[in-house]
Design a protein around this ligand. Structure first.
Ligand code: C2E
Ligand code: MG
Ligand code: MG
Ligand code: MG
Length: 272
């Protein structure tokens, strides 16, 4: 019976694995036409100043929906696009759309809103990246301080010298750079000093539960102190409760982002 059980479990595992692998193939294939078929759009999540709760900037987040697969989340399809290299083209579309939106906000009476855009490793080290960035800014007419980019720790590990050069060039254009999902990657702390990053985003895994876990609280306090000592501003991601917001503000975290403030919303809803 034990043997049967083992085989049964193996079968369940195999089926799940096959489904995942098949889905990945379907996603990979559908992604090839996604830009041409206009299947992507961006939503924007507010990032507010912790004390005043005033809108500081918004993060652009990609959404994809196809007739055949329905809605597929970025956590699912971005890694597949990174694997195939298509992320360079998709990321290009995101940058273009985000700069266009930034310009459109700047034209409104209420004034400009800075848009923070996630950039994958392959995109950042692509030889055309800086050229495209300049071109999108010039073409849209958006100002450099209406745009920021977000990188994850993974980006810092591969091809560090190239990455340092690109980050410096991005900074020289007047565009800020954030380190996203901090704490989930592999970068050592000493590594961080090599890169000129203006903002550190604490991953929601640490933010979640600071009100219940002494250890999470200690970790968040240490991350904030470290970021500040490197001259960085801190964004807490995934803030879901008033208690978390209050504690983070007290700890000196400058900005808050999360469902407590707002979910990601269409551009038209950002002013409200
Ligand atoms: P991220 O850059 O860390 O973005 C934050 C994610 O956390 C978003 O998920 C957002 O909807 C979610 N989130 C925000 N507040 C809360 C909260 O209070 N609670 C919870 N549970 N979640 C919250 P989303 O939009 O599904 O994006 C997932 C990831 O996909 C992003 O993580 C980013 O790594 C990637 N991604 C999204 N758009 C792009 C893009 O245009 N380019 C690239 N390269 N990656 C992207
Ligand atoms: Mg991000
Ligand atoms: Mg993040
Ligand atoms: Mg993330």
């Amino acid at each position: 019976a034990a043997k049967d059980g083992g085989r049964g479990r193996l079968k369940v595992f195999e089926e799940a694995f096959n489904t995942l692998a098949r889905d990945a193939l379907l996603i990979d294939e559908a992604l090839q036409h996604a830009i041409a078929r206009n299947e992507f759009h961006l939503v924007y999540q507010p990032i507010v100043e912790a004390r005043s709760r005033k809108l500081s900037k918004v993060e652009a987040l990609i959404r994809w929906s196809t007739p055949s697969l329905g809605f597929v989340g970025p956590d699912r399809f971005i890694p597949i696009a990174e694997e195939s290299g298509l992320i360079v083209e998709i990321g290009c579309w995101v940058l273009q759309e985000a700069t266009r939106q930034a310009r459109s906000w700047a034209d409104e009476a209420a004034g400009p809103i800075c848009v923070s855009v996630n950039v994958s490793a392959a995109q950042l080290v692509d030889p055309d990246f800086l050229l495209l960035l300049r071109e999108f800014l010039a073409r849209s007419g958006a100002a450099p301080d209406e745009l920021e980019i977000e990188l994850t720790e993974r980006v810092l590990i591969d091809e560090a010298d190239t990455v340092i050069r690109v980050i410096d060039a991005v900074n020289a254009m007047g565009i800020g750079v954030s380190l996203d999902d901090f704490g989930t990657g592999y970068s050592s702390l000493s590594y961080l000093t090599r890169f000129h990053l203006q903002t550190l985003k604490i991953d929601r895994a640490f933010v979640n539960g600071i009100e219940h876990s002494e250890r999470n609280l200690a970790l968040v306090r240490a991350i904030i102190a470290m970021g500040h000592s490197l001259g960085m501003k801190i964004v807490a991601e995934g803030v879901e409760t008033e208690e978390q917001a209050r504690m983070l503000t007290e700890l000196g975290c400058e900005y808050l982002q999360g469902y407590l403030i707002s979910r990601p919303v269409p551009a038209a809803e950002i002013r409200r």
